[in-house]
Design a protein around this ligand. Structure first.
Ligand code: MG
Ligand code: MG
Length: 258
């Protein structure tokens, strides 16, 4: 069942998702050569707890940290470690939090210092594809319209959509129905309705789409070793489209064209 949230619930979801967005904006600005992914995780946990919230990923199926930190060919679910970031890396930071019984979830991929032009393009196309997906959200539309829009943009730019992981509904649990694949075809499956809350999260490989999970049981990497990027926003369906609950930075607003 896909839940449609009341206005009071949407207010709570907005609060926690804006918190996640704010903390991610800070982490995004701070990520730099010389820092370890564990440094970034510690700061994230501090900020989440200082706001009276709880990390949503820590302890989730045994995941040990507040953020997922996935570097370069790592796609998602990287475990923060003493790995030092170096100039030219790209770092995906995914973070969830729980406040007052409701969940927030968002992800960004950040360039560490100066990166290769292909990496810059991968980040741009992946974030753009997220906004193409968001623009496809409207009441009466279908959940699969989101993935169709994401896929079209990614493939038009010569990159590959990862198929092994999906976006999801979110609310009083981190992962709720529906699953949101990042590929089409659209026009089928459940209809979108006012009050549905969705975490949309394309993962895009510069090379082929195939991924594998490393022996730590978590870290997913591209099989061909190509760079991978991941962006995620949580949105609520409104009468005339949707509201991005995690969007706060001017950069995000400019990309969305709103
Ligand atoms: Mg996430
Ligand atoms: Mg998510």
């Amino acid at each position: 069942m896909i839940v449609c949230r009341s206005q009071a619930e949407i207010d709570k979801l907005r609060t926690v998702n804006q918190l996640v967005g704010r903390i991610l904006s800070e982490l995004r600005q701070l990520a730099a050569p010389g820092l370890t992914t564990l440094d970034i995780d510690r700061l994230a946990e501090e900020r989440v707890r200082a706001a009276g919230a709880e990390p949503a990923f820590k302890g989730y199926h045994g995941f040990p940290a507040t953020i997922c930190a996935s570097v370069n060919e790592q796609v998602v679910h990287g475990i923060p470690s003493d790995r030092k970031l170096v100039e030219g890396d790209i770092l995906s930071i995914d973070m969830g939090a729980k406040l007052d019984g409701y969940y927030g979830d968002s992800a960004v991929t950040v360039a560490i210092g100066k990166v290769a032009p292909e990496a810059t393009r991968l980040l741009r196309v992946t974030e753009e594809s997220l906004f193409r997906g968001i623009e496809a959200v409207k009441p009466g539309g279908r959940v699969t319209d989101i993935g169709a829009a994401v896929q079209a943009h990614v493939e038009a730019n010569g990159f590959s959509i990862v198929r092994d992981f999906v976006g999801h509904g979110i609310g009083t649990s981190l992962h709720e129905e529906p699953q949101i694949a990042n590929y089409g075809p659209g026009g089928r499956g459940p209809r979108l309705s006012d009050g549905m809350v969705l975490a949309i999260e394309p993962m895009v490989n510069a090379g082929k789409a195939a991924v594998k999970v490393l022996s730590d049981g978590w870290t997913a990497v591209s099989r061909d070793g190509s760079l991978s990027a991941h962006f995620e926003h949580t949105v609520v369906v409104t009468p005339d489209g949707c509201e991005v609950l995690t969007r706060l930075t001017p950069q995000d607003a400019a990309l969305a064209g709103r």
